[in-house]
Design a protein around this ligand. Structure first.
Ligand code: HEM
Length: 407
């Protein structure tokens, strides 16, 4: 195995820099990433080379230190977001996601167009629906004394908000939950391909309808939007709408899953927030810091010398892992401890030009989820002693979270 790994390693990578990446999509998700795996990564080198660590199986460099990850997020000269095979394999080469797979200068015109659609003011308008969706979901199981928080809340909640945001019918909810589930959890290429084609067809139909009958929703805003005096083409609209689907669902599901696992195993933190609801905002920030789920990848386009002297060359891939940054002991005192009033500066939503477009919405969803669950359920705990099943890769997540309370 070791020689096989080294055989695939390019000459500029010293053998001692090669290490496994236990958070890769293909790694066995057995040990807790935050309690066990990431603290162990922080006992190792600042930068290492991990065979098979890229989401599509390539080798990639991994940065460990929060300050180096932040610098790389800001560094569009050495690191590009292009070269991702994500959707190209389903729909063809021109199918990079907008704006997430665009480098400057192409990125900025699209991002400028999207910023006002996701501004704090626009998200504030959604506040009532976000809250009513959360209450509707929690009311279905509040009297029961137990639930699978992932299946019954953390998965459907962001899907419902996504459908409302785009002005689509909640009748499509089960269908969208199923498509998302296949894309996140199913590794069979045919099923994944079928699901992504269905999402495309559904978004395409909704965009066509907005052209005919404009409304007050995000899809209508996209259809009306202009870049340099021209409207977006059908393909540009789809590549943008698809980004919202792919970027805004599993991320919220995963973050809220870790957040509620933490609270189920730390009743003292539930009590602290219940006793002092003014802590809600800082608790969301700290839990989002401590349980950052997203790892993104970049392509090196100009030679880069890493902090520990490693030479990263054009064509090399690099992973920027926000979960690793979140637990860097040099960035946060007691990095592995959740301190509800810490008010951390974190990079869970990234940094630089690709900083999360949906961060205001995500924060709102997480805050409402926390508030509604802590208000409607009494103290809850894990329903079993077994650790919950997890999945690794670009998003670290929990697939099932059975919790219980005295109803
Ligand atoms: C807790 C939930 C979320 C987390 C942790 C998260 C995290 C991230 C991260 C790390 C990036 C940077 C990607 C990169 O640099 O390659 C990003 C970008 C992005 N996110 Fe989020 N996200 C979340 C929720 C959302 C939501 C709800 C939406 C939209 C509805 C959204 C839309 C986007 C978009 C469109 C981008 C690309 C921005 C650009 O390229 O300019 N995200 N997000």
């Amino acid at each position: 195995m070791a020689s096989q790994m080294l055989a695939k390693t390019p000459e500029h990578v010293p053998p001692e820099a090669v290490r496994p990446f236990p958070l890769a999509r293909s790694a066995p998700a057995k040990e807790d990433p935050f309690d066990v795996i990431i603290p162990d990564i922080h006992r190792g080198p600042d930068v290492f080379y991990a065979p098979g660590s890229h989401p599509y199986g390539d080798n990639a460099w991994v940065f460990r230190r929060a300050d180096e990850i932040r610098r790389a997020f800001l560094d569009n000269e050495h690191f590009s977001v292009t070269g991702s095979p994500d959707l190209a394999k389903f729909f063809g080469e021109e199918w990079g996601l907008i704006p997430i797979h665009l480098d400057p200068p192409d990125h900025s015109a699209y991002r400028q167009l999207l910023n006002p659609i996701f501004s704090p003011k626009r998200i504030e308008l959604l506040a009532v629906s976000v809250e009513s969706e959360a209450k509707r979901l929690v009311d279905k199981f509040a009297d029961r004394g137990s639930c699978d928080l992932m299946a019954e809340f953390a998965t459907p909640f962001p899907v419902a908000i996504f459908l409302r945001l785009l002005g689509m019918s909640l009748d499509e909810m089960d269908q969208y939950v199923e498509w998302e589930h296949i894309l996140v959890h199913n590794s069979e290429p045919e099923r994944r391909s079928a699901a992504i084609h269905c999402v495309r067809a559904s978004l395409e139909a909704a965009l066509q309808e907005r052209r005919r009958k404009p409304r007050e929703d995000v899809l209508t805003a996209l259809v009306r939007a202009e870049i340099d005096g021209r409207k977006l083409s059908d393909l540009e609209l789809l590549r943008t709408a698809m980004t919202l689907f792919l970027a805004g669902l599993d991320t919220v599901t995963a973050t809220s899953g870790w957040m509620f696992k933490h609270l189920a195993t730390h009743p003292e933190h539930q009590a602290q927030i219940r006793a002092n609801p003014a802590l809600l905002d800082s608790a969301v920030e700290e839990l989002a810091r401590a349980y950052a789920p997203v790892t993104v990848h970049r392509l090196c386009v100009k030679p880069y010398e890493a902090s520990n002297g490693m030479q990263i060359l054009p064509g090399d891939r690099v992973l920027l892992s926000t979960p690793i940054a979140a637990r860097d002991p040099a960035a946060y005192p007691d990095a592995n401890k959740v301190v509800l009033d810490r008010q951390p500066v974190h990079i869970t939503f990234a940094y630089g030009i690709h900083r999360c477009l949906g961060s205001h919405l995500a924060r709102r969803e997480l805050r409402v989820a926390l508030d509604v669950i802590l208000t409607r359920l009494p103290e809850f705990r894990m329903a079993t002693d077994a650790p919950p099943p997890m999945y690794f890769g670009p998003v670290l997540g929990i697939s099932s979270l059975p919790i219980a309370w005295n109803a």
